[in-house]
Design a protein around this ligand. Structure first.
Ligand code: CMP
Length: 147
């Protein structure tokens, strides 16, 4: 069945127009783009989104990085969207991505464990939370039952 996920193109990738465009084309080829917007976070938004990582050693640099420049967010739909997008992204850590999954988005474009190009929801529960974080007015049930 059709599933929704939230995908983020992080500030490191948005800063490079050719990378941003390449990512957009890959998304177009693989998903229905349900919503798309460009925005920039305040530090507080970054802290709230990543609250589950508060206290981890990388939290501060993650929060600073994610509010350092514009990002692009998408609601994406397809069969098995959550797992499919995570497969396209590849491993979080840049070393693993480069050497074990060079064809993934992070394998190709990731710079460091923090500046790793993209984010994707990791479960149905987090997809719901993250979609309403960025698109509070979006009604998933209504979209799913559209003509
Ligand atoms: P993301 O999928 O957005 O989820 C949490 C983010 O924390 C992750 O991608 C990385 O950008 C960042 N991060 C930095 N260092 C690490 C690390 N060692 N392990 C996991 N995530 C990290």
């Amino acid at each position: 069945a059709l599933q929704l996920t939230l995908a983020v193109v992080k500030p490191d990738a948005v800063a490079h127009p050719l990378i941003l465009e390449a990512l957009h084309q890959k998304i177009l080829q693989n998903f229905i783009i349900v919503r798309k917007k460009d925005l920039m976070w305040r530090t507080e938004d970054s802290e709230r989104f990543y609250a589950e990582h508060a206290g981890r050693f990388f939290y501060q640099r993650l929060v600073e990085f994610m509010s350092s420049g514009p990002m692009r967010v998408y609601i994406l739909a397809r069969e098995d969207a959550i797992t499919y997008w995570r497969g396209m992204m590849g491993p979080t850590k840049v070393f693993r991505a480069r050497f074990t999954s060079p064809d993934t988005l992070r394998g190709q474009y990731g710079l460091t464990d923090t500046r790793n190009t993209t984010h994707g929801s990791d479960s149905v529960y987090s997809a719901k939370r993250e979609i309403s974080f960025f698109f509070p007015e979006f009604n998933a049930d209504e979209w799913m039952s559209r003509e």
